[in-house]
Design a protein around this ligand. Structure first.
Ligand code: SAM
Length: 277
């Protein structure tokens, strides 16, 4: 196995700093530095980019990002036990790593970044979806990031890229695909992690488009999509009842049969509905 840097192997780092994995912090570590470098490469060229990493842990992906040439990495880690190991990486890559010790749900790493900024992370599974929804829903668009390269449980990754016509298609697919291109770029078996999680994982790459793909009233879209998928087994004429007068006429004008169910409605059709319903 080729070396990606001059720092010690991650197993040694973990033993030296006694970083036994904590379940409550979603700690499933990647210890193969060739794998973390490969994940870093999924984010595209990093040389002229700042990278935000959530949850560096012992620093496997951090080292991958730095070895692949990231201009700077701003890493947010909640677990104080990891700070010593991360400061050793800071010393090996002078002026290129900033570690913020705190909760990614409350800290704002964008205060420390310069454009262009990419987000790359092996996310703690318990806050992954919440962070993604926040990144996809900033106060203005385009967002402060140009792309997201994120490890999720495979089932969540499949929901993000899902197309109409199946159970995986829903609010997350629409949120992710209206203003972004999203694709699964890697699948990882459970054994790639220490300790292995209960389910398989996948890396998803999401790149921000300059504007939504279709004309849309985003506030209204949120309401319609929430109502439609909260009762996804019902026909739209029932699940959207009470939202507007002439519901059936407006559904038909958007090319949607009133007897259709949410999971068969395309993003373009939902956007059309947002302008009338
Ligand atoms: N990046 C490392 C790797 O790939 O081996 C660790 C990934 S592990 C799945 C998730 C990391 O997120 C852990 O280091 C954990 O301590 C950290 N973490 C958990 N909750 C956090 C939070 N709210 N804010 C910041 N970091 C958090």
């Amino acid at each position: 196995m080729s070396q990606i840097d001059s720092l010690p192997p991650l197993r040694e780092v973990i033993a030296q700093h006694q970083l036994s994995a904590k379940k409550t912090l979603g700690q499933n570590f990647l210890l193969d530095l060739n794998l973390t470098a490969k994940i870093a490469r999924q984010a595209g060229a990093l040389q002229d980019c700042d990278v935000i990493e959530i949850g560096p842990g012992p620093g496997g992906l951090t080292r991958g990002l730095l070895a692949e040439g990231a201009r700077r990495v701003i890493a947010v880690e909640k677990d104080e036990r990891c700070l010593q190991a991360l400061s050793e990486i800071e010393r090996a890559y002078p002026n290129r790593l900033t570690v913020l010790n705190g909760d990614a749900l409350t800290l704002n790493p964008f205060e420390h970044t310069q454009n262009p900024t990419k987000i790359v992370a092996n996310l703690p599974y318990n806050i992954g979806t919440e962070l993604l929804i926040r990144w996809l829903n900033p106060s203005s668009w385009p967002p402060a990031w140009s792309s997201l390269t994120l490890m999720f449980q495979k089932e969540v990754a499949q929901r993000i890229v899902a197309q109409p016509g199946g159970k995986a298609y829903g609010r997350l697919s629409i949120l992710a695909q209206l203003k972004c291109e999203a694709k699964i770029v890697m699948s990882l078996p459970r054994e790639a992690f220490t300790p292995p999680p209960k389910v398989e994982s996948a890396v998803i790459h999401i790149s921000a488009l300059p504007r939504p793909k279709f004309a849309v009233d985003e506030k209204r879209l949120e309401i319609i999509v929430a109502k439609a998928f909260n009762q996804r087994r019902k026909m739209l004429r029932a699940s959207l009842k009470g939202l507007t007068s002439d519901l059936e006429t407006k559904l038909q004008a958007a090319g949607v049969a009133p007897t259709e169910r949410a999971e068969n409605v395309t993003i373009e059709q939902f956007c059309k509905l947002s302008l009338t319903v």
